[in-house]
Write a protein that binds this ligand. Structure first.
Ligand code: RP5
Length: 160
């Protein structure tokens, strides 16, 4: 069953979604990528979000640029956690989209990671799912250990 629903506001955002999907795949977490604009296809977005938990989705990753309303609109229609990723570009190169994502009104939270950081969105989604999945927590811990080992093995750190 799909565990993470990744939504992009446009096909032009797809590369960040694919990087998120790759990290989730590496962690053994099932994910799907949908291309649904909150502005251009609001009814389709609503149908997708409302049907998601019945299909096993436990977390959404919503990726958008410019006005970046997608994560907030998704969050308005579900109590599942929503992680927003701002796309670089626009008048402030993604800072505008990042602020649009995080400045939600009280009562409808959206989490956010760095601009364009699909990898961290995937890791945060996996960590949320890991609360109820010990094997996934172990895979996350192994990934962290491998990351630290790679730094320790860097020739620049010889002797440390
Ligand atoms: C946003 O507008 C999308 O998330 C995308 O980042 C940006 C541009 O979309 P396109 O006009 O390229 O479809 O809604």
């Amino acid at each position: 069953m799909t565990q993470v629903g990744i939504i992009v506001g446009s096909r032009s955002d797809i590369e960040v979604a694919q990087r998120a999907a790759a990290v989730l795949d590496e962690l053994g977490v099932m994910a799907e990528v949908r291309v649904i604009s909150a502005h251009r296809a609001p009814d389709l977005l609503s149908r997708y979000v409302r049907s998601a938990s019945d299909r096993g989705i436990g977390v959404f990753i919503a990726i958008a640029g410019l006005a970046a309303h997608l994560p907030g609109v998704v969050a308005s229609q579900t109590t599942l956690p929503v992680i927003g990723v701002a796309m670089a570009g626009g008048v402030a190169d993604g800072l505008d989209a990042l602020l649009a994502i995080v400045q939600m009104p009280k009562g409808v939270p959206v989490a956010a990671v760095g601009v364009g950081n699909g990898e961290n969105a995937a890791l945060l989604a996996a960590q949320i799912l890991g609360v109820g999945d010990g094997a996934l927590r172990e895979r996350l811990a192994a990934r962290r250990a491998a990351q630290a080992q790679a730094i320790a093995d860097d020739p620049a750190n010889e002797g440390l």
